[in-house]
Design a binder for this molecule. Structure first.
Ligand SMILES: *Cc1c(COP(=O)(O)O)cnc(C)c1O
Length: 412
């Protein structure tokens, strides 16, 4: 028996060489690698501007700030996602308003989204759940009709198209993420993409302590020498650092280091290969599991491709399987050293969201979103990474079937 993890990054010598080369260059922050990385990501999303940041979450935070979303505003989003897609709304003091999902695509139901818009709605944060870009064009049309911005949380959807348009190209602003379980990784990292130069420049400034836009990309002499720019500046770099210590607005340190960016540059060069490998792994799962009457496999609408982020199956039919049974199946897989997980528990049922809903700072509580709630108690994310072998897929699926039949027997 050998361990099959839930996910595993795909790092080759090309990545290692470029990171080492960058370390030897002496420039570890605010250098050419981050610029190269953001250009590659922006091009892949068919956007004019990319702003590399320290995480997808930081990117979402800056996107909402740049759009001027704040206290008193409501922002519509999905309850069935990684928590960051709603947390960014809380960071800026706005109120998340949840809308239920479509049971097939697991993305927000466009009709329910349209019905939830009120005069207080100031933005939509839409998520390509598990890499599925379904309805992005419909969300875009709804946002345009109401003259509010669409923010695309495409953190799970790198490199995919929907009706001929790339994920990341639908909203006013989009955000991608590069944690090690994503399609490509920078270790930690994210990238904001947009066609709007003003928004891009605002994000550039805010990721770099609110420095003036021109200076935000300028590197002071201390950085040229390889030291952290602020160390030189704090040490009394004086005139040589120019306006390095002049801050135009409240900013953050959400920069991406050159080492992370170098990893990302090498990964982006391999993007087509990586997407092909992931499609191959998804095909193996489909071949092995389709026709299984107790499992619902990822559902693609005819016009949709999927950027395979994870492979999430669902135990069939509401009422047929309980959450406890699902949880025991996951525990059983893990006992067999197979990485499996319950992607995702609903955001609005996280205890701190329930508390915020009671205080009126969040709209939506348990019972309000029956589809998202029912789906989230029956999902199982299976191991998914580029080099997963056919034999591993067979072990995972065989063990899954064994655990499911044990539960069936246990019911008597
Ligand atoms: C991964 C992810 C993020 C951002 O994650 P970070 O770990 O901050 O990079 C945001 N939203 C969704 C839907 C994600 O899957």
């Amino acid at each position: 028996m050998h361990e099959i993890p839930l996910s595993r990054p795909d790092i080759t010598n090309a990545e290692i060489d470029l990171v080492v080369q960058t370390m030897k260059s002496g420039r570890l922050a605010l250098g050419p690698m981050a610029e190269r990385f953001e250009q590659a990501v922006a091009a892949s999303a068919d956007r004019a501007h990319g702003v590399a940041v320290s995480s997808g979450t930081a990117g979402l935070h800056l996107a909402l700030l740049a759009l001027g979303i704040g206290p008193g505003d409501e922002v519509i989003t999905t309850p069935f996602s990684f928590v960051a897609s709603a947390n960014c709304i809380l960071y800026v003091g706005a109120k998340p308003v949840f809308v239920d999902v479509c049971p097939r695509t697991l993305n927000m139901d466009p009709e329910k989204l349209a019905a939830a818009i009120t005069p207080r709605t100031k933005a939509i944060v839409a998520v390509e759940t598990f890499g599925n870009p379904a309805y992005m064009d419909e969300y875009e049309a709804i946002a345009q009709r109401h003259e509010i911005p669409l923010v695309e949380d495409c953190c799970e959807a790198l490199g995919v198209s929907h009706r001929g348009r790339r994920a990341g190209s639908f909203g006013r602003i989009g955000v991608l993420a590069f944690y090690p379980n994503k399609q490509i990784t920078t270790g930690e990292g994210g990238c904001i993409v947009t066609d709007d130069r003003r928004l891009a420049n605002l994000c550039r400034s805010m990721r770099n302590q609110g420095r003036a836009i021109a200076d935000a990309r300028e590197r002071p002499s201390a950085a040229e020498a390889g030291a952290a720019p602020t160390a030189g500046a704090i040490g009394g770099g004086g005139g040589s650092v120019g306006s390095w210590l002049s801050h135009e607005r409240l900013g953050y340190n959400f920069r991406m280091s050159e080492l992370n960016a170098a990893l990302g540059v090498a990964q982006m060069r391999r993007l087509d290969e990586i997407i092909r490998k992931r499609q191959h792994v998804a095909n193996m799962y489909f071949k092995r599991l389709s026709g299984h009457h107790d499992l619902i496999l990822p559902t693609l609408l005819p016009e949709t491709e999927m950027s395979w982020f994870v492979f999430v199956v669902r135990l069939g039919g509401p009422g047929a399987w309980t959450r406890d049974e699902r949880d025991r199946i996951i525990a059983g897989l893990r006992r067999h050293e197979i990485g499996a997980s319950d992607y995702f528990p609903c955001i609005h049922t996280q205890p701190f969201y329930e508390a915020l809903a009671r205080e009126g700072q969040v709209r939506g509580r348990a019972g309000d979103f029956p589809i998202a709630e029912s789906v989230s108690t029956r999902t199982i994310a299976l191991p998914f990474f580029n080099d997963l072998t056919e034999r591993d897929v067979d072990i995972v699926c065989g063990t899954l079937e064994l655990m499911m039949s044990r539960e069936n027997l246990g019911r008597g």
